[in-house]
Ligand binder design. Sequence first.
Ligand SMILES: [Zn+2]
Length: 212
Amino acid sequence: MSIAASPPLPRMPAYEVDAQGWVPGARRLPSPNFEARPQGAVPTLIVIHNISLPPNVFGGPEIADLFLNRLDCDAHPYFDAHLRGVRVSAHFVIHRDGALEQFVSCDERAWHAGASSFFGRERCNDFAVGIELEGSDTTAFEAAQYATLAALVKALVARYPIEALAGHSDIAPGRKTDPGPHFDWARLQRDTRLGAASFPYIQGCDAQGATS
Ligand SMILES: [Zn+2]
């Protein structure tokens, strides 16, 4: 191996969404925290989040435990203060190593966005797919996470009439800060080759970058 070789690119997985809204390439951990989307509602928005439990601690089972209603809230003061009795979910979690988990079918309404508004259209959970990146507002995300995210977004765009991607902080400003300042929107745009119109909250998002 040449010492001048570039570092290997992260594995770029290929995903698809099946007829029931599940991604066969994801580890499936069905959460009870979902409900039917309103009549006629289809996913048109992808919401990007970050989560770590406890905050800034990575690698444990706590995110899945939370979404499966089995988190031990006596195990950490943060859980006790903030998560006791909370019923939440996201469609997907992308771990630090790029591993993908799915908790709710994309055809169903997961509980990730809370009170939210996408350019005046409220209740974003009705029409959104929620993707949680294991991370925090103070830590860079891993290359493997961007690779999985781009592949997942491509699969969602191929399956649903996705019109836009947004951060949780974009649709719940003042209440939420995730995915935070370390999330590289330009990188996601480049990796997905989606046009600037798909990133309505990103200032100066370069549409030409999608093809260069
Ligand atoms: Zn969030």
